[in-house]
Design a binder for this molecule. Structure first.
Ligand SMILES: O=P(O)(O)O[C@H]1O[C@H](CO)[C@@H](O)[C@H]1O
Length: 324
């Protein structure tokens, strides 16, 4: 019997309570209550294991790479072979995706022969989910056996030279929500995930950044690919002209409402991280402009670039797989 099949058969099926907790902010019974309005429900290690076992007991895929698809970028999940699809509403303890362009499914399958797990849709703070909940699936990836996270997003291009459809490889972020006391690692720390005070320099793996830059060159998209700094704002309102000018002054190249909490959670549990933004709109930094940021434009820019992005991610997955 192939080793993979054996693992599948030997993985105990975990009884599922069937309880839905989407949009529920009450503390779970295995967590201490806190008075923080941003902390909400705490996911214990046991709960994360329960979710992971639910997924692994229903597929023979044993992923080493987790992928999060940003707004309008979920098409990648359709390109997997040997795929099992898990709608979020069927996964115990999972929130629901509420944003257009986020299908709300976890997919376990292979990308060019490499076993991966892909989130078609992520969770955002502005949906009403605390950051611990938004980034909980990253811990599920870790417990499922992943060693690497590729996280993608749609973002507004703030750097003058960025055009719609460009890719920005993320080299660093500004955790402005953390400045305001909102961090996904807030609350009790379980050392089985990671240390109380994880470092965040080199959060975006320098070797993976180099590999991605070379890959962009090989793919002939070097001129449309940049390496820059991402900021996650709380949303859902887009930014004012003054806010954008301020971020630009502070060294921000692309603006979004996601990713940073996922990366913090991933580094906390020692996943290697690669992230990129698709520039879906140019940030409006001119008071006289009649343009307005809108989500339809974001989705449509994603749809136009879905094939290039799928190739970019698939080839990154192959490169990472060679390093495993
Ligand atoms: O970051 P992703 O999920 O790609 O989506 C981006 O697009 C939406 C705004 O149009 C926001 O959710 C922003 O974060």
């Amino acid at each position: 019997m192939p080793e993979e099949t054996k693992v599948f058969l030997e993985t105990p099926a975990i009884p599922i309570s069937g309880k839905k907790q989407a949009n529920s902010f009450s503390a779970s019974s295995d967590s201490p209550r806190t008075s923080s309005p941003t902390l909400g429900e705490h996911y214990s290690y046991d709960t994360i294991e329960e979710i992971s076992n639910y997924l692994l007991s229903r597929t023979h895929i044993r992923p080493k790479i987790g992928i999060i698809c940003g707004s309008g970028l979920g098409h990648l999940g359709e390109t997997l072979s040997d795929a099992t699809y898990f709608p979020y509403e069927d996964i115990p303890h999972f929130p629901l995706s509420t944003v257009v362009g986020h299908a709300g499914r976890m997919v376990l399958g292979t990308l060019n022969g490499v076993e991966v797990m892909v989130m078609q849709g992520r969770f955002h703070f502005y949906e009403g989910y605390p950051l611990t909940k938004c980034s909980m699936p990253v811990r599920v990836m870790k417990v499922c056996g992943c060693t690497h996270l590729i996280t993608t997003n749609a973002a507004g291009g703030l750097h003058d030279s960025y055009q719609i459809g460009d890719i920005m490889i993320v080299k660093d972020h500004i955790n402005i929500m953390g400045f305001a006391g909102n961090n996904p690692l807030q609350g009790p720390n379980d050392p089985r995930f990671g240390p109380r005070f994880p470092p965040m320099n080199r959060a975006y793996d320098p070797e993976l950044i180099k590999i991605a830059e070379n890959l962009a060159n090989d793919m002939g998209i070097k001129d449309e690919t940049h390496t820059g700094v991402y900021i996650c704002l709380g949303g859902p309102s887009y930014e004012t002209v003054s806010e954008l000018r301020m971020w630009r002054m502070l060294g921000v190249d692309a603006v979004g409402m996601s990713t940073v909490h996922e990366v913090i959670t991933a580094r906390h549990c020692d996943l290697k991280v690669f992230a990129f933004s698709l520039i879906t709109n140019k940030c409006i930094t001119d008071y006289d402009s009649n343009g307005e940021a809108n989500h339809a434009e974001v989705i449509s820019a994603g749809a136009k670039r879905q094939d290039v992005l799928a190739t970019f991610v698939t080839r990154m997955v192959e490169k990472i797989n060679e390093m495993l």
